[in-house]
Design a binder for this molecule. Structure first.
Ligand code: SAM
Length: 271
């Protein structure tokens, strides 16, 4: 992994405040994304790439709002994964806090399923300059009552004028989904590698306020960027800390040891 010279762990930990954990060039905090983003100094972050927890899909499937996702029968499950209270008001607040935290001329990526895109995605235009939606093609079908799900969407938006790293990025990304992941809703590291390659340079600071198992952080650190992230879940912080510790030491990613890119997919982001 490319080490980021001269960036001390204390430097990025200070951005997250008391209680943050981390290493050289990366830090994690347990807390609500709105509180943590609100505490960041304005204009302190180079990229926000995130995959929020939405309740829209669960509501649609009649699981009920606010239900804890994953390990339903586990009495400890309040430490596992909670849904973001994604009302239009809190989602707009989230977007405004992202805009405030970003430096000028920077990018934002927010992942959506179809339901959350229809109910919340349009709000991004009130805050950011929305450029396009990227389709994540998961290569294999998943669950679904009608058409079975094989894609998710990534909204790409800008604050100001920064361009992508080069002109060779398509708007469909073929990356296999994880089948038996350590964390529910864990995403392939390669999705974040594409966002980071397109929208940052070496040493820049990437932020994921819905950390989960730290896939964005593993991608960022592995690519020589700095990283900060937060999550409300204790388990998310514990897993991500172990993962980012390993990746920052140049060890294999313990939560995604192999590549999820099909052999037939060109690695357009690795030019
Ligand atoms: C879809 S998962 C992220 C998965 C992550 N991209 C990965 O690859 O592992 C969303 C995460 O948001 C967290 N979360 C839910 N509500 C939150 C909130 N209000 N603030 C911060 N994190 C929250 C959940 O605990 C969950 O870990």
């Amino acid at each position: 992994m490319a080490r980021v010279a001269g960036r001390s762990g204390a430097g990025v930990r200070a951005l997250l405040g008391k209680g943050a954990v981390g290493g050289e060039g990366w830090a994690l905090a347990r807390g609500d994304c709105l509180e943590v983003l609100g505490r960041l100094p304005a204009g302190s972050v180079d990229l926000i790439a995130t995959d929020p927890a939405y309740s829209g899909m669960n509501n649609h499937m009649k699981f009920g709002h606010g239900r804890i996702v994953g390990r339903y029968s586990d009495p400890e499950n309040d430490k596992w994964m909670r849904e973001f209270r994604d009302s239009p008001e809190s989602f707009l607040e989230f977007l405004r806090l992202c805009h405030r935290a970003l430096k000028p001329d920077r990018h934002l990526y927010v992942m959506f399923d179809s339901f959350s895109l229809l109910t919340l995605g349009h709000l991004a235009r009130e805050v950011f300059d929305v450029k396009c939606l990227v389709t994540w093609d998961k290569v294999r079908m998943g669950m679904g009552h009608w058409y079975r799900r094989q894609h998710e969407l990534v909204l790409f938006a800008t604050k100001g004028k920064r361009k992508l790293a080069h002109r060779g990025f398509p708007d469909v990304w073929r990356v296999k989904r994880l089948v038996r992941s350590a964390y529910p809703t864990q995403k392939p590291r390669e999705l974040f590698e594409i966002m980071i390659a397109a929208s940052t340079s070496q040493g820049e600071l990437v932020c994921d306020p819905f950390l989960g198992a730290g896939s964005a952080g593993a991608a960022a650190i592995g690519m020589g960027r700095r990283f900060i992230g937060c999550d409300v879940g204790k388990r998310a912080i514990e897993l991500s800390k172990v993962r980012l510790d390993a990746v920052s030491r140049g060890q294999p990613d313990p939560l995604q040891p192999g590549s999820l890119v099909p052999e037939s997919t060109a690695r357009f982001w690795q030019r």
